[in-house]
Ligand binder design. Structure first.
Ligand SMILES: *Cc1c(COP(=O)(O)O)cnc(C)c1O
Length: 369
């Protein structure tokens, strides 16, 4: 059994991918051509937002949002950004690379996402933004988050790398429900393993803010809106034509693939009956697109080993909370009890659209045993 076999996932639309790649090769235009525009338009329509700006990867997308806010005078060096302890390190790098100060918050043990109930006490006069990370594909949003952002005039920057297609159960700032359109801006990643993955690196900023989109687009192209006229000291981070073409194909299948992931999550929920295992809550109406299916148990390492012996691959997302990484020594003494405890208990079971029902039942059976 594979944890994730990207070759197998591409199988139903392999021919379309090859045709789309061939079309780009024959066009002779490989960066900043028609395909990138086409994909940006398709994703705008899919999400129901006004602007999508393709970038080289997800980290750059998130970095560029904060960089743009700095260029726009909304934030400045030393301002604080609240983010959850349980996330991929990119969320934090995007903050510190902009010389903003990350304020790492504890998580909610049920959702494993940012604990919104405990954000307010972290806010200081220098707080300028919150990053809800829709981790494992689970929407991290609430009316309370909106109220806090409004009360303290904070930007909400979603990290939507794992949740393309997921929906909130309460409206976002723009009255929409789709993750990636809930806050002021969102970053997403098309790294191949994501629910909407390219066949290489890619990312995007999604927003309804025209000015932000304009500045991000310029910054991602050497700070230039017009060839050889440079308004900012920008970077080079663009979504290339081949990846955009792959994504145009794959976006058509995203909802089907996400539905299959939800089916598998339901099968796990029904068939895993071992009371030593804490299962993720199912969520309703597409609130979770199941990038990962993460269980918790006190005997995590033992379970992981036993599953491996039976040929079932698992992973840990993530073994180290943000504040415990060697890269961020200055935060190592911080104590966030829930994130630290969960990091020793979480285990990601295989979940992906290419998995068969038999595989799912087999995993459940071995977990129960
Ligand atoms: C994948 C991921 C990123 C970074 O995306 P890249 O395209 O790999 O740079 C950021 N945040 C989260 C939560 C991710 O899962």
């Amino acid at each position: 059994m594979d944890f994730l076999n990207l070759n197998k996932i591409s199988e139903p639309y392999r021919k379309e991918l090859v045709e789309a790649a061939t079309e780009v090769i024959n066009s002779g235009c490989y960066i900043r051509g028609e395909k990138c525009k086409e994909f940006e338009d398709l994703l705008c329509r899919y999400l129901g937002c006004n602007y999508v700006v393709g970038t080289g990867n997800g980290l750059d997308a998130l970095k560029l949002i904060f960089r743009a806010y700095i260029e726009m005078g909304v934030m400045a060096e030393g301002d604080e950004v609240i983010l959850p302890a349980n996330t991929f390190i990119a969320t934090m790098i995007a903050v510190t690379e902009n010389r903003l100060n990350p304020v790492i918050a504890d998580i909610d043990a049920t959702t494993l996402n940012l604990d919104i109930d405990n954000i307010e006490k972290l806010i200081t006069p220098r707080t300028k933004a919150i990053i809800p990370v829709h981790l494992y594909g689970r929407c991290c949003w609430s009316n309370q988050l909106k109220d806090i952002a409004h009360k303290y005039n904070l930007k909400i920057v979603e990290d939507n790398a794992q949740a393309m297609g997921a929906k909130s159960i309460v409206k976002g700032l723009n009255n929409s429900y789709m993750c990636g359109t809930l806050g002021d801006a969102a970053a997403t990643s098309f790294y191949p393993v994501k629910n909407l993955g390219a066949l290489g690196d890619g990312g995007a900023v999604t927003t309804n803010d025209a000015k932000l989109a304009e500045v991000v687009r310029a910054l991602s192209n050497y700070g230039s809106e017009e060839k050889y006229i440079h308004k900012y000291v920008g970077i080079n981070s663009r979504l290339d034509e081949i990846q955009a073409a792959m994504l145009c194909v794959k976006l058509k299948y995203l909802d089907i693939e996400n539905r299959r992931r939800a089916e598998i999550a339901e099968q796990y929920d029904k068939n895993i009956t071992n009371n030593k295992i804490i299962k993720p809550v199912l969520g309703e109406n597409g609130e979770c697109v199941w990038h990962q299916y993460v269980i918790r148990t006190e005997n995590r390492n033992y379970l992981m080993q036993k599953l491996e012996e039976q040929g079932i691959p698992t992973m840990i997302h993530y073994p180290t909370p943000l504040h415990k990484h060697e890269a961020y020594k200055e935060y190592n003494t911080l104590h966030l009890p829930i994130a630290e405890k969960c990091a020793t208990e979480i285990l990601s079971l295989p979940i992906n659209p290419a998995m068969s029902d038999d595989d799912v039942l087999m995993v459940a059976e071995v977990v129960n045993k």
